[in-house]
Design a protein around this ligand. Structure first.
Ligand SMILES: CC(C)(COP(=O)(O)OP(=O)(O)OC[C@H]1O[C@@H](n2cnc3c(N)ncnc32)[C@H](O)[C@@H]1OP(=O)(O)O)[C@@H](O)C(=O)NCCC(=O)NCCS
Length: 149
């Protein structure tokens, strides 16, 4: 049975967080400041998410990841819906996130209502020490998406 819960972000599995964000230094930077969320299937953590509160009712979804063997089975969508519900309950009015300009992640967020509001050119070239490739394409620019809660 799937259980979704909030927890300190520092309790979340680093291995899972690195699935979404390959740079450990970036991950460590937001762990202490973040609200954590976990998806547990039959008692085992299979998904994680981190939200960092900003100013004026804004927050950023810094990371969301599902264990590779269980991706594309609907767990991520359930975890994201839970994160949105919890953010709304905490009085957050706008949830933003950065993601690549192509790939299934974009559909995943847009299906839950996120909209593209900006393109950050060269973000993945200037903020990550190693090149990031997906489906044989290098991630260079980042899209900024927002959902009004
Ligand atoms: C992005 C992620 C959290 C989505 O969670 P999920 O449980 O896999 O997603 P769901 O099963 O709810 O499905 C959402 C959509 O993504 C698609 N999808 C998920 N993983 C996929 C994969 N590896 N390849 C192709 N499509 C995939 C699903 O098919 C579905 O899209 P569709 O209905 O248009 O086909 C998960 O795939 C993941 O952890 N990926 C690696 C980390 C990552 O990229 N995090 C986001 C950083 S921006």
């Amino acid at each position: 049975m799937l259980q979704l819960r909030s927890c300190p972000a520092t309790e979340l599995s680093i291995d899972l967080l690195l699935e979404a964000d390959p740079d450990i230094r970036q991950v460590e930077r937001y762990l202490n400041a973040g609200l954590g969320f976990a998806a547990e299937l039959d008692g085992k953590v299979v998904g994680v998410a981190v939200v960092v509160l900003g100013e004026g009712g804004e927050a950023e979804l810094m990371n969301i990841a599902i264990e590779p063997a269980r991706q594309a089975t609907g767990l991520g969508s359930q975890l994201l819906a839970y994160v949105i519900e919890q953010a709304r309950a905490q009085g957050i009015r706008q949830l933003g996130l950065g993601t690549g300009t192509f790939g299934h992640q974009l559909r995943f967020y847009q299906r839950q209502g996120f909209r593209v509001v900006a393109v950050e050119r060269d973000h993945f070239l200037t903020h990550y020490p190693e090149p990031i490739f997906e489906d044989g394409i290098q991630h260079k620019d980042r899209l900024w998406l927002e959902l009004t809660l």
